[in-house]
Design a protein around this ligand. Sequence first.
Ligand SMILES: Nc1ncnc2c1ncn2[C@@H]1O[C@H](COP(=O)(O)OP(=O)(O)O)[C@@H](O)[C@H]1O
Ligand SMILES: [Mg+2]
Length: 329
Amino acid sequence: MKSISFFNNKGGVGKTTTLYHVGFELEQQGYRVLFVDCDPQCNLTSHIFDLEIIEDIWNAEQSSIYDAVKPIIKGSGDVDFIQPKKVNNRNIWIYPGDLLLSDFDSILSETWTQVLARQERGFRVTTAIYRLYTKFAKEYEIDFVLIDLGPNLGSLNRSLLLSCDHFIIPLIPDLFSLRGSQNLGRTLSNWVEEWQDSIERTAIDPDFIIPQSAPKFSGYIVSQFNEYGRKPVKAWVKWEKEIPKYIKNFVYEPLSKSKNIKSEPDIENQYKIGQMKNYNSLIPMAQTALKPIFELTSKDGVIGDHHRYVKDCKTNYTNLVLRIIENIQ
Ligand SMILES: Nc1ncnc2c1ncn2[C@@H]1O[C@H](COP(=O)(O)OP(=O)(O)O)[C@@H](O)[C@H]1O
Ligand SMILES: [Mg+2]
């Protein structure tokens, strides 16, 4: 089992859309996939289930990712090992997102102080979601756990990033997206240092230790769209050229500083694992059909030239998934 999170401190850069498509493509390539929707905005969940199902999930106990951590929030116990929802006829499961998950963020912020003070509760709470998905993944022979995160450097994201094996950065070639990448590597390497230091100096239950404890940077994906559709494409050329430099200075180097790496990496060759086009009207079509773009057909409203884009999208994701698999070996 490999766990991968998609992360950028900036929102609207394609994290959720890309993660969703990567998951469905991985499944098409024969893997078993578990999504964990840890963005309280729940965009991933709403790309998978319609509103009625989501309402049922939230009304039922023991259904969403919030329900799993509720005993910790209420102070009544440890994580509740609930079952994720299965996507019909697919080898895909999801721990559905929940707006209430933000309550867990403040708990995790308090418990980080306990981690630093080397108190067991700190480790238990920080690893709660990790222990939840790992247990299920083992029992159901999941190959890939894909974790969607909100755009911030808060405590929830800290606990999730620390616990995953790999992370991938989706970005857009623009000023905002690149600015958002500037504190990523530094912040993450501080978290890893604090976490490892605390683990080393504390006798804790091995169940509460995150095995790898240092997520590996496994690539970036450039998406060429912007939410507002206003900014000129020309400006992207300039920012796109800047990306490898940003990745090297603000992600790669801060994370490798302790490893004493001497050789200069070829950032673009090694880490640029995909490029996403603007899929325009196919995006809302896929969201309405609750399907990935590359599975849309005429019945979903695809007409004329758009069939070509659907095919093109398939090729693009097949290649992206191959690159991801290659980079996480
Ligand atoms: N390749 C794409 N082409 C066009 N629009 C896209 C593409 N990828 C994502 N979008 C749209 O851009 C917005 C932000 O994407 P999203 O995946 O939610 O980003 P994030 O998770 O980083 O906030 C959404 O409205 C989404 O539908
Ligand atoms: Mg998102």
